[in-house]
Design a protein around this ligand. Structure first.
Ligand SMILES: NC(=O)c1ccc[n+]([C@@H]2O[C@H](COP(=O)([O-])OP(=O)(O)OC[C@H]3O[C@@H](n4cnc5c(N)ncnc54)[C@H](O)[C@@H]3O)[C@@H](O)[C@H]2O)c1
Length: 277
């Protein structure tokens, strides 16, 4: 079924460039675009939709009431708002048969929430799609699981100051460290618990491959890191992978890699095109 009605949760650093990219590439107007956001930022969201809304859909609206948003019965709802939003709305979206594209993958390290989302999707026939976000190569990684994965390690490498405000500050002197320092090594599940603000990428890799308890995560403070660097190494029966991605920070939220917005836009545009890639 072609996408006619799109719901977006969030109007921040991912949603804005994502909607710009969709507006610039959408092959034909949708029927409706609804944007659910918090009242405090609703004016900014309206200004955004004034700019991009007419190019995307015939009817477009900013909504701050979740019940009104959910009553629209969109064909696809895209979450780009944070872990709390997945928890607050995810199950309700799937229950009514609407597909849900999730970017806050770290929320899925909560087993009870993941199971509730899975059960709701199974019951209604909707699908929950996990966006690749800041991580590339998820297609081959996930396919390699079918052949058999022998080993997988994920490393998150950032400049020391980017680790400020996390438990890393208790383990490393982030103001004086002069060489690369691995301050954490553990499972993806433990890393998501201890460093929740870093959980999305590790959780994406783990859920796509061998699960949260079997991926080793290393966190590194590196004065030479050119930005937020994601590295993963995989040995499998069908391919070995050695992937390094240097994320360019979003100007509106330096914790978010700019590429995330475009991976969301790609998922949406693939639903509108006769050829999906
Ligand atoms: N998978 C990935 O690789 C990846 C990468 C970056 C960010 N993320 C996730 O995406 C989320 C959004 O990132 P961002 O940079 O756009 O954040 P942001 O803070 O710039 O924007 C968040 C937006 O969501 C809205 N929002 C928050 N809670 C809401 C709620 N309960 N209901 C409605 N709207 C709500 C805010 O008003 C804001 O507009 C992050 O919290 C993170 O979990 C995932």
């Amino acid at each position: 079924m072609k996408l006619k009605s799109l719901g977006v949760i969030g109007s921040g650093a991912i949603a804005a460039p994502m909607l710009e990219a969709v507006a610039g590439n959408v092959p034909a107007q949708l029927d409706r675009l609804s944007l659910l956001t918090l009242p405090a930022v609703a004016d900014g969201a309206r200004a955004l939709l004034d700019k991009v809304g007419p190019r995307i859909a015939r009817e477009h609206e900013v909504v701050t009431d979740a019940d009104a948003f959910l009553s629209r019965r969109h064909d696809l709802v895209v979450e780009c708002a944070g872990h709390a939003a997945v928890k607050a709305y995810g199950t309700r979206v799937l229950e009514v048969g609407t597909d849900l594209l999730v970017v806050s993958i770290g929320s899925l390290t909560d087993d009870a929430l993941r199971e509730s989302l899975r059960a709701a999707a199974e019951k209604s026939g909707a699908r929950m799609i996990l966006c690749s976000g800041a991580i590339g190569g998820i297609d081959l990684l996930s396919a390699a699981r079918l052949a058999g994965i022998e080993r997988i390690t994920y490393t998150s490498r950032k400049p020391p100051k980017a680790w400020k405000g996390t438990p890393a500050a208790l383990l490393v002197d982030l103001d004086t460290v002069t060489s690369e320092t691995v301050f954490y090594e553990g499972t993806a599940r433990a890393a998501a618990r201890d460093y929740p603000q870093n959980a999305n990428s590790a959780a994406t890799i783990a859920i796509a491959s061998v699960g949260l308890d079997h991926v080793t995560v290393r966190l590194v403070a590196d004065p030479a890191a050119p930005g937020n660097v994601h590295e993963f190494k995989l040995s499998s029966a069908c391919a070995d992978m050695d992937v390094r991605i240097v994320g360019k920070p979003s100007p509106d939220n330096p914790k978010t890699s700019m590429s995330t917005a475009y991976t969301v836009a790609r998922e949406i545009l693939n639903r509108l095109s006769p050829i999906a890639i």
